[in-house]
Design a protein around this ligand. Structure first.
Ligand code: GDP
Ligand code: GDP
Length: 435
């Protein structure tokens, strides 16, 4: 499970600026998808050697849109789940009374703590830090977040507190495809998990190797193996007394990171909510294969079903390539189709290309439609080769590829998707100039 770093501090000290620096996605194709809203509070940091989850708690406690009124709880959860808290202060404002109050509160929680002194740009670093030494926190890190300065020092200070990431699990056929089932509270996750587990036959706590924090539940359906990973549903099943366990965005993101295929469950009666779309955004940021399942289909009138289909089409056009299935976890209908879609998504995500088929495809795409001139530049695409799986990646060499229009990138992506029958997986195109 990805370790968690919580950013805490007064408003305006630069938390969201730092959050953006740490979590900026290197995958511009994902970042620029129209219709996809980036989560401004939760993201994964991939700078440095060990990835971790960053939570901007300031963003959560504000009264901006939030997450269905769950925000105060989410701040509590974030700090409770954090391996370390970064307490952020403002060198220009100096040490304020509110800083001291926040620190008193943080100290009660007994979490490892470092103080990041931001906005040191143009100031004398030693003097700026000296002011905050009065807080009595051992580690002070100078930052200039808006200039992207100081992150190396910050990562260095964080590193010893981040539990070593477990080595990437081997995609072993014996263990089955790792599937996470995610969704807002009450969409039917635990009902679905229990259905898939086969009603009352399996008691999760009896499965060897399951602990409260790492639950992997093997299941078999139609002769195929799957590993359900750490879903709220499984957890709840394991500990009945926690039936009203709080919904945790962090747990959801950790599950997404650990999965190969993510099933995003929606409540069909409600259509696609903002939070659903944001969750799918996280799945894409992690480049995971995805299946969208509209649950509680049993409960809908014909009119409501049409409404739901329209909502899926309109609000999720940035994942038009993901399969939609309509299920009833309660009655068990549609589950075979769901698991087949999981299989197809996984097969696409792990598809191996060879260079000659890629080059033929690139040629065909180029013949069909040539890159438009952008400010007088005419980008050239010369050849392609495979760049890996999960997600499938195609590396395209050429010249002036920086000037390739976004619309042309999309054209190529769709062309390759169709040609190689890729369903349910992100596809990454990497462009390189020269040899
Ligand atoms: P938050 O409320 O803690 O999330 O703070 P923001 O990230 O929104 O930053 C508040 C203001 O401080 C913005 O105007 C930022 O541009 C500015 N800011 C953030 N980091 C720095 C920095 O390193 N140096 C300077 N000079 N300004 C900064
Ligand atoms: P979770 O919070 O996502 O784990 O949701 P639950 O599995 O606890 O389900 C929330 C409520 O929705 C419960 O009352 C379920 O019985 C109900 N529910 C779940 N799946 C279905 C379904 O397919 N059809 C109908 N009608 N109700 C469902």
């Amino acid at each position: 499970m990805l370790p968690v770093v919580a950013l805490v501090g007064r408003p305006n000290v630069g938390k969201s600026t730092l959050f953006n620096v740490l979590t900026r996605t290197r995958d511009a194709l994902v970042a620029d998808q129209p219709g996809l809203t980036r989560d401004r509070h939760y993201g994964i940091c991939r700078l440095g050697d060990s990835p971790f989850l960053v939570v901007d708690t300031g963003g959560l406690s504000g009264d901006d849109e939030g997450i269905d009124g769950l925000t105060a709880k989410q701040v509590e959860l974030a700090i409770a789940e954090a391996s370390i808290v970064v307490f952020m202060t403002d060198a220009r404002a100096g040490l304020m009374a509110l800083d001291r109050d926040i620190l008193i509160d943080l100290r009660k929680r007994g979490k490892p703590l470092i103080v990041a002194v931001n906005k040191t740009d143009g100031l004398d670093e030693t003097t700026s830090l000296a002011d905050f030494a009065a807080l009595g926190v051992a580690t002070l890190v100078p930052l200039a977040a808006s200039h992207g300065r100081g992150t190396d020092g910050l990562l260095e200070a964080l590193e010893p507190h981040l539990p070593a990431d477990a080595p990437e699990e081997a995609p072993s056929a014996d263990l089955g495809i790792r599937v996470a089932i995610v969704g807002r509270p009450n969409v039917g996750k635990s009902t679905l998990v229990n259905r898939l587990l086969g009603e009352d036959r399996v008691v999760v706590s009896d499965i060897a190797g399951t602990t409260r924090d790492s639950i992997r539940v093997p299941i078999e359906r139609d002769g195929k193996k799957y590993m359900l990973i750490d879903t709220a549903g499984v957890r709840r099943r394991a500990r009945v007394e926690e039936a009203i366990e709080k919904f945790s965005v962090i747990k959801t993101l950790q599950s997404i990171a650990a999965a190969q295929v993510v099933v995003v469950l929606l409540d069909a009666a409600e259509g696609v909510s903002e939070q659903d779309a944001t969750m799918i955004g996280h799945v894409l940021n992690e480049s995971r294969a995805v299946v969208i399942a509209a649950n509680k289909w049993d409960n809908l009138t014909k009119y409501q079903r049409e409404q739901c289909e329209t909502s899926l089409e309109r609000r999720l056009d940035f994942v038009a390539w993901a399969e939609r299935v309509f299920i009833s976890a309660l009655h068990g209908s549609g589950l075979r189709e769901l698991m087949r879609a999981v299989d197809r998504a996984h097969a696409s995500a792990t598809k191996q290309f060879n260079s000659s088929e890629l080059n033929r495809a690139l040629e065909a795409a180029y013949e069909g439609y040539q890159p438009p001139l952008v400010r007088g530049h005419s980008p050239k695409l010369r050849y392609a080769h495979p760049g890996g799986t999960n997600p499938p990646t195609i590396v395209i060499h050429g010249s002036r590829t920086k000037h390739l229009a976004e619309s042309y990138r999309r054209y190529l992506e769709n062309f390759f998707r169709k040609r190689f029958k890729l369903i349910g997986t992100p596809l990454r195109l990497e462009f390189r100039d020269g040899e």
